[in-house]
Every structure is written in structure tokens, then in C-alpha cells.
Design a protein. Sequence first.
Length: 95
Amino acid sequence: MIVIKFNGVIKMIYEREWSNPNYEFSTYTVENLNWHLHFHEVFEICYVISGRIKITIDKEDYNLKNGDGVIIFPRQLHRYESAHDSKMHMITFMP
């Protein structure tokens, strides 16, 4: 992971652990996800199971609720801000 800071404040994170040549696919469920602005080399599919979550993708905010989903492409800047009691299913895979 590479952390980029300006004046001591985290501005962006590059998740290079996804660059493992043996990585192909992962699926998991997360609750109450809040994560800094970041990007990586994988596709990411996010599906809201319950609650609400705001996902920012390339400076555009998307307020998702139960049943909504998004696809995030490799190297797209994105971040997560969830309200209390949110749950998402996530799938990541290499292009």
C-alpha cells in the first residue's frame, strides 16, 4: 500500500497488494465500510445488501441503498462513506 499525504493528511491510497500476479478473484461481505480515496488494479463490484452508503467515483457521489450496486474499473479513484448498519457484498477480480 502506498499512502499519499499532503500537509500530513492522507489524500489518496494506492493498494498495490492487488498487483500480486497470482491474484484472480475475491468475494467478501463488509459492514459499515468507510475507506479513504484510493485506487487499485482490479475491477470491484459493490452491491448494497442493507442500509445506505455513499460511494465517490472520480469526484461523482453516488448515494446507494439496499439493492443498488456499482462497478468500479481499475485505476478509478473511489472512496466509501457508510452510515451506521450498512452491509455490502464486494467482488474483486483482475482484468
